[in-house]
Design a protein. Structure first.
Length: 245
């Protein structure tokens, strides 16, 4: 039966299916050069110099931050002459730029954000010289509201105050795609660009009516939103149905 969808619509549906909770993987992105090659005695060519490695993560309420810290610990314990540190950042989009600009040795980023970066699409005006090292974990996008809101589906967000993720985050990239699929732009909502922790607090305090999380479950901020704050948020957190057309 003809559904009336164009190939473009089907491509968008395929993208949304992968990015909204089925196969969106966080990816480690890295260039061939960067800060890792600098050290206190001239680099990393076997001359005994320290190799400094910086790892871009995300906000403290997400998964990237503790994961990056764990990666740094493993490097420091198992690699000679390596001094690795993990740094909190705006997450995926910002991380791609930081690595491409040699401001970070490596970083965690959503796979779709890395793909947009290397193709010079979406939030990236130019193609970035990046490569993926490995898939870190399966990622899911969760859209959360409270039982006392009138939001049942993404189209219900029109005219509402919505947290779309931190600036420079993969969460915001996916939030825009999901909203755009339903012909909703930032002009149609009161978009709040908040981190995971800020989103949880804002939902609890009634400052936003819904929020996007693109993160492995259960992130600390997501658990906080479901267990504390207003009774409507703590006792009956509700996930928003995309109601795909």
């Amino acid at each position: 039966m003809n559904s009336g969808k164009t190939p473009h619509d089907m491509n968008r549906r395929t993208f949304l299916k992968s990015s909204a909770g089925i196969a969106a993987a966080a990816t480690l992105a890295g260039c061939s050069g960067g800060p890792a090659e600098s050290g206190n005695s001239g680099g990393s060519n076997g001359d005994g110099g320290t190799q400094f490695v910086t790892i871009g993560t995300g906000g403290t309420g997400g998964v990237y931050y503790p994961l990056g810290g764990g990666m740094a610990d493993i490097m420091n314990k198992n690699l000679d002459n390596v001094e690795a540190t993990a740094e909190s950042t705006g997450a995926s989009v910002e991380n791609c730029r930081l690595v491409a600009n040699d401001e970070m040795t490596m970083a965690l980023a959503l796979g779709n954000s890395v793909l947009l970066a290397v193709n010079g699409e979406g939030d990236f005006d130019n193609a970035l010289d990046l490569k993926a090292a490995f898939g870190a974990y399966q990622n899911s996008t969760q859209v959360v509201t409270t039982n006392d809101s009138n939001i049942e589906t993404i189209p219900d967000m029109a005219g509402k105050k919505i947290s779309v993720g931190a600036p420079g985050s993969g969460t915001e990239v996916i939030a825009k795609e999901l909203l755009n699929y339903f012909d909703i732009t930032y002009d149609d909502i009161d978009a709040q660009r908040l981190s995971f922790s800020e989103t949880a607090t804002a939902i609890q305090d009634g400052q936003v009516e819904a929020g996007f999380w693109s993160v492995a479950y259960p992130a600390s901020s997501y658990r906080t939103c479901s267990s504390t704050g207003r009774s409507s948020c703590s006792s009956a957190r509700r996930r928003v149905s995309p109601r795909v057309r």
